[in-house]
Design a protein around this ligand. Structure first.
Ligand code: TXA
Ligand code: MG
Length: 322
């Protein structure tokens, strides 16, 4: 049985209790819902992999209520401190060397010498993390390879009965996952585009290196593996027309001719499109299959700002499945 907890004092206290006792709690962050467990408890972390059916070589992000607590476990140099100051709490994850005191279990870090840390925005998430008092490992709260959840109902669609509770803080404001930056080498490397734009990162880290050609030859961040975020229906990108048996994921003025449309943002606002992306993919997939449609056609989305993260998730959704 999966309990649905309200995002009030009692719900947060119960959720924290479950985490401290080795249970699994899905909770809303500003990006997507995370599936949380005590990151210091390998048993609890193993339950995350089991619930998601996630390949266990994927390392997880550890979440903290503030930078001070994050930097007990992860070694922060000047660059990391500047990034934290500018973007935390918020949708940025930093990959840093583990400290000697790092209590995050090897399983959560997939045995790597580095650790991914993040301080999410959102009062409910931070209150939960503070109440839990331990680092909380949390991948997106969906079965592995599926579409990330931006509402509590999405979490239950995929994981009902497999997790102890979901703390319902309503829809996620940003809607795409955090931006991941690797700071373990001399040059900061962008591992995954996300809620913090590359343009904003460059203001703090002008020398940041971008991933080579979007290829997955070097799977440092397995979130970059192909066929991620995949709906069941095939996804066709760059649509300039749409067939009568295709659902349409629109951006701006809608192409005519589809029987089923979800507009990411009629007014072409990238923030709105990011927030509506995963809900739209879910809706078109479910409703499109029900109506016997054969694919999801996607109108082009500009590549600047949050469009980089949106385009990244869409091209993964369109990847041939294996
Ligand atoms: O917005 C987010 O980041 C959400 C919310 C719940 O915080 N979490 C999320 O987690 O997207 P997940 O597990 O779906 O993606 C985590 C990514 C994976 O691609 C993983 O490979 C990468 O972070 N990662 C974690 N630890 C790493 C490390 N030490 N080195 C390189 N990549 C790492
Ligand atoms: Mg994920």
């Amino acid at each position: 049985m999966t309990r649905r907890l309200a995002a009030d004092g009692a719900g947060i206290a119960q959720a924290a209790d479950i985490l401290r006792n080795g249970g699994l709690v899905a909770f809303g962050t500003e990006t997507v819902y995370g599936l949380g467990a005590d990151a210091t408890d390998a048993h609890a972390v193993a339950r995350i992999f089991a619930a998601k059916e996630r390949p266990s070589f994927n390392p997880l992000i550890s979440h903290f209520p503030d930078a001070d607590r994050a930097f007990v476990h992860a070694h922060a140099d000047g660059r990391a401190r500047r990034l934290a100051q500018r973007f935390w709490p918020g949708p940025l994850t930093m990959v840093l060397p583990r400290t000697a005191e790092c209590a995050v279990c090897d399983l959560a870090g997939a045995g790597l010498p580095s650790i991914a840390v993040r301080v999410p925005a959102g009062d409910v998430a931070r209150a939960l993390l503070a109440a839990a008092g331990v680092p909380v490992a949390a991948p997106s709260a969906n079965p592995s390879g599926g579409v990330s959840p931006s509402r509590a109902e999405h979490v239950l669609d995929g994981l009902e009965g497999r997790i102890d509770a979901v703390l319902d803080s309503g829809p996620c404001a940003v809607g795409v996952e955090s931006t991941i930056v690797d700071l373990t080498g001399p040059v900061p490397v962008l591992l995954r585009p996300g809620g913090v734009t590359i343009e904003a990162l460059r203001e703090v880290c002008p020398d940041i290196a971008l991933p080579h050609g979007g290829s997955d030859a070097r799977p440092v961040a397995p979130g970059r593996l192909s066929s991620h975020y995949a709906p069941t229906l095939p996804v066709r990108l760059g649509a300039v027309s749409v067939a009568p048996d295709e659902a349409l994921l629109a951006f701006g003025p809608e192409l005519p001719g589809s029987p089923l449309t979800w507009n990411l943002s009629p007014g072409e606002k990238l923030e709105e499109a990011a927030a509506r992306l995963f809900a739209g993919l879910r809706f078109l997939d479910m409703e499109g299959r029900r109506r016997g449609l054969r694919a999801i056609a996607v109108q082009p989305v500009p590549a600047h700002g949050l469009g980089a993260a949106i385009g990244d998730r869409l091209s993964r959704a369109a990847c041939p499945r294996t």
